[in-house]
Design a protein around this ligand. Structure first.
Ligand code: N01
Length: 541
């Protein structure tokens, strides 16, 4: 049945997939391989997920192109050539469209459609899924491929809405781009999005004022065009590289993790590791030694080194004080990779406002009032981040078994078994959900890990005519405890990060990703599947 908009109404499907980013696209491909009837709903007008929305100037991946790509098909990958070490947003979006077209995915994706609700009916073991366009479809399985950083968040400053100029959020950028030439621009935030966009906005703006709450550790990305040799070599090792990535902590194979403890290294050896990794650019820095994020002593050596390097880029000694991060361990908040970020503050038309000294009081008609002073702008850019990991999932009103609402169940923080399922919600899966390595690893590896597991699981359930799979409460409790225990052994909880939900006032402070490593997690996933889905209840037809 089809309504006037051409959207399906009342269809009975095998699987509904929410989102058509990297996760939703690969899911669709794999599920089609099982001959299942799959419908993907996507809010955007095209595929891409986070790369569809984050079009701010300077947007670029912080994982190297040769790793930030699908690894499931040599054939698909051979048809694509990356141009830079770290791909910029337009190139990644072109790549995603290339994959979608090559695999003919778009015909099963309904665009401009937000999934608004999903209710489980125990009697039929079917989900009813509702969308913003009035679709009501039924499906045996629902998979949330909603992304970890897709619910853009603007702080609730007093006076929001009173500003007469233009406002933008980095995570929801106008597709036609923005010309800041000759304008007075304010940027609020200094996370990865700000670090990437500030140097680009500064190239156009007449005056640029940056409101910083927390100075971040940032290291030069070392972006450059890829050589033909690198591209050819990358192609040759694609599948083998991905196999190796699954056996690493961060799902990255283009650098080696040093597995020695800093306490077993001489100061000279430590310095050499830090220097070579800093100069190489990228996340290799975090792999300088095994206890990098395990002890303050070990981390302080790296933090001091990072501050020493960062200080070299800043001319004004007063600014050095402000721009150097203090009080949190390097790596406990997401490390930023930049291209001339700190150097931008040497320019005469760029001003830094430390909102710890002079807090933002309100947004006014003219601009931003902080510390009793009004800063007048033509445009304000909110680089204020996301309601990470849970925001997009909970934006869907999900009701599971016995009328339980997911929003209620997760009110004190997300609870999952392996980041894949949550008890009380049969046949509902999350890709890179809270409780899985997700954002602490190469997201494409984390996505493939989950999509492969979920697809294999659904395949086996269908083969054996299983009616429903559901995480058991005990297994979930044990997994949540385990995630917390592992997190407590690290320095991650020492920082006010979005990993902890700390950037959203009122959000429970829970460390959301699993910090045990992609390799350890993969073993656990394999074991659980081999033991006939240990920790999950399977109900027969
Ligand atoms: O968001 P963020 P983001 N008053 O949350 C500040 C990925 N990503 O969009 O740190 C004043 O990191 C906030 O201050 P504080 C990457 O994983 C990747 O930059 O909370 N300031 C912070 O400075 C990244 O980590 C790439 O004290 C306020 C900023 O806003 C993640 O996305 C590129 C405030 C938000 O920083 C999120 O990055 C971009 C307030 N009320 C993003 N509220 C790649 O390179 C918030 N802030 C792939």
């Amino acid at each position: 049945m089809t309504d006037a908009n051409g959207t399906g109404v009342g269809r009975d499907l095998d699987v509904v997939v929410v989102g058509a980013g990297f996760a939703g696209m690969y899911l669709l491909h794999r599920l089609r391989g099982l001959n299942l009837n799959v419908q993907v709903f996507e809010q955007g007008k095209g595929v891409g997920g986070t790369w569809y929305w984050n079009r701010y100037p300077g947007a670029r991946c912080d994982v190297e192109s040769l790793e930030y790509q699908y690894g499931f098909s040599d054939e698909v990958q051979r048809g694509w050539t990356w141009t830079e070490r770290y791909a910029a947003q337009p190139e990644i979006l072109r790549y995603q469209n290339y994959v979608a077209d090559t695999l003919d995915l778009k015909r099963d994706i309904q665009f401009e459609t937000k999934v608004t609700g999903a209710d489980y009916d125990q009697a039929t073991a079917r989900w009813t899924v509702r969308t913003s366009r009035g679709d009501v479809v039924r499906a045996k399985y629902v998979v949330m491929a909603t992304g970890c950083l897709s619910a853009a968040r603007v702080p609730d400053f007093p006076g929001m809405g009173s500003f007469k100029g233009a406002t933008y959020h980095t995570g929801d950028w106008p597709h036609e781009g923005v010309d800041f030439t000759g304008l007075r621009v304010g940027v609020i935030g200094t996370g990865s999005s700000a670090v990437q966009s500030i140097p680009e906005i500064a190239k156009q703006a007449k005056e640029l004022t940056v409101f910083q709450r927390t100075a971040n550790f940032t290291l030069p990305a070392g972006n450059r065009p890829l050589t033909e040799e690198e591209i050819a070599a990358g192609r040759e090792v694609l599948l083998e590289g991905r196999r190796r990535a699954f056996a690493t902590k961060g799902g990255l194979h283009t650098f080696e993790y040093n597995n020695r403890l800093s306490t077993d290294m001489t100061p000279e050896e430590i310095r050499k590791e830090l220097e070579s990794r800093w100069n190489a650019g990228g996340f290799a820095f975090l792999g300088a030694y095994e206890d990098f994020l395990m002890s303050w002593e070990a981390n302080t050596i790296a933090s001091d080194f990072a501050r020493e390097q960062m200080a070299k880029a800043i001319k004004d000694p007063g600014l050095v004080e402000k721009l150097l991060p203090q009080g949190h361990p390097v790596g406990a908040k997401r490390l930023c990779l930049d291209t001339h970020y700190l150097e931008t503050f040497n320019e005469p038309h760029v001003t830094l406002v430390d909102v710890r000294e002079t807090p933002i009081e309100r947004i006014s008609a003219a601009g931003v009032v902080a510390g009793g002073k009004e800063y007048a702008f033509d445009a304000i850019v909110f680089a204020t981040g996301f309601d990470a990991m849970t925001g997009a999932i909970l934006s869907v009103d999900v009701t599971g078994r016995d009328g339980a609402r997911l929003r209620d169940k997760w009110a004190a923080g997300p609870r999952t078994y392996l980041g894949l399922q949550t008890a009380g919600f049969p046949n509902l899966f999350f890709v890179t959900g809270p409780g899985s390595p997700s954002v602490l690893s190469n997201m494409i590896v984390a996505i493939e890990q989950h999509v492969d597991w979920i697809t294999n699981c659904i395949g086996r359930l269908e083969q054996h005519q299983v009616r429903a799979i559901e995480a058991q409460v005990e297994a979930e409790d044990q997994w949540v405890d385990h995630v917390n225990e592992v997190a407590a052994m690290t320095l991650y909880p020492e920082a006010n990060s979005w990993y902890m939900g700390a950037n959203v006032p009122g959000k429970p402070r829970v460390f959301m990703p699993y910090p045990g490593g992609v390799d350890v997690y993969q073993q656990k996933l394999d074991e659980v599947a081999e033991r006939n889905y240990e920790g999950f209840a399977l109900s027969p037809t």
